[in-house]
Design a protein around this ligand. Structure first.
Ligand SMILES: Cc1cc2nc3c(=O)[nH]c(=O)nc-3n(C[C@H](O)[C@H](O)[C@H](O)COP(=O)(O)O)c2cc1C
Length: 334
């Protein structure tokens, strides 16, 4: 099994240039910006409020764009109690539970890079952070990288993750990928992680990334999906198509990680898709991942299901303990 050069040091786990506190991170967006918008925990999973986020290898932010974006949802956070039914109705048009997982189409709803760096990042300094960046041209990614460079000294975050694999924004990222890699990667003072999609030519994209000096890969983003109301044909989501996440995609994500290794890709890989238990993490390590990210299967639940948040939090703490003690096979790569 080919594997990247990954090691454990006193400062945490080093995956090439990416330094994490340990091998268990959180995947983009599931914990918002890494801190809640209000004292009621708005913007965070209720499960996350019961887990010390500083104990993760890193917390990956929601994808940030140059300008604030409503996407298919809303950036408003000042909801009064009587408006909550409207908020929940809107929420139901961008995130729905389906068999074995979730489909979502938030469409990069976010406050924008400047507001994040000003209002949220300073409140997350005790955590290790990966800042997720998204744009529709190489110029936008260059702007985002420059803003992060200006606000965050090298070494203060684990890296920036380029999200050029999201289905919810209805954009063909293959048309800009090479330009993004050529122009934005060399400018970054922070290690760049490229997030891959199982719906794209991920082996080719990984090779392009390696040639451009990318420090690591995240595999995978959500899988493009569709659900319809069987009686009316109305799509579940306002965007019609969405991204499928959760248990249903775990075998797909494992396949992608394994095929990347079989293809000779040696960049560090953060495996993500349907992770819920320490055994899931081990499966990803066996497939060839160097770290694992917790996403929707860990943080999302039905509204009644959130009653079990304390139990879920306990399971996550146990998982953290198990993964901290686990050392995957090292450095077989040439
Ligand atoms: C509600 C929701 C929002 C997401 N938003 C983003 C995002 O803004 N940027 C991104 O790169 N990935 C986003 N993702 C994808 C996750 O980070 C993750 O890659 C994907 O869900 C697969 O992992 P999982 O099955 O463990 O959830 C989102 C996923 C969900 C469920």
């Amino acid at each position: 099994m080919l594997r990247s050069r990954a090691g454990t040091s006193g400062e945490g786990v080093r995956l090439g240039d990416i330094v994490l506190r340990n091998r268990l991170v959180t995947s983009s967006s599931l914990l918002g910006y890494g801190v809640s918008d209000s004292k009621f925990g708005y913007g965070m999973s209720p499960v996350a409020l019961l887990v010390p986020l500083a104990e993760f290898g890193a917390v990956t932010t929601r994808t940030l764009t140059v300008e604030p974006r409503e996407g298919h949802f809303t950036t408003r956070t000042d909801w009064a109690l009587h408006e909550v039914p409207d908020l929940l109705r809107r929420y139901g048009t961008v995130l729905r539970g389906v068999d074995g997982g979730w489909i979502n189409a938030f469409g990069w709803c976010n406050v924008g890079i400047d507001a994040y760096l000003r209002d949220y990042y300073p409140r997350t300094r005790e955590q290790r952070t990966i800042i997720s960046l998204g744009g529709f041209s190489a110029e936008e990614l260059v702007t985002l990288v420059d803003r992060v460079n200006a606000a965050v000294p090298a070494g203060d975050i684990a890296g920036v993750e380029f999200n050029v694999s999201c289905h919810n924004v209805n954009f063909d990222f293959s048309a800009i990928l090479q330009d993004v890699l050529d122009e934005a990667v060399p400018r970054s003072n922070h290690p760049v992680i490229l997030k891959l999609s199982a719906d794209h030519d991920y082996v080719r994209n990984a090779r392009q990334a390696a040639a451009a000096g990318v420090a690591g890969l995240t595999a995978i983003n959500t899988v493009k999906a569709l659900r319809l109301d069987p009686r009316t044909g109305t799509p579940f989501l306002a965007n019609r198509y969405g991204g499928l996440s959760g248990r249903a995609i775990k075998p797909i994500a494992l396949r992608v990680v394994s095929e990347l290794r079989e293809a000779g890709v040696t960049l560090p890989i953060i495996g993500t898709g349907g992770v819920r238990t320490a055994d899931d993490c081990r499966e990803y390590f066996w497939a060839g991942a160097d770290a694992v990210a917790l996403g929707s299967a860990t943080w999302l639940a039905s509204y009644p299901g959130y009653v079990l948040a304390p139990l879920r939090a306990l399971r996550i703490r146990r998982m953290l303990h198990a993964v901290r003690g686990y050392t995957p096979p090292r450095t077989v790569a040439p």
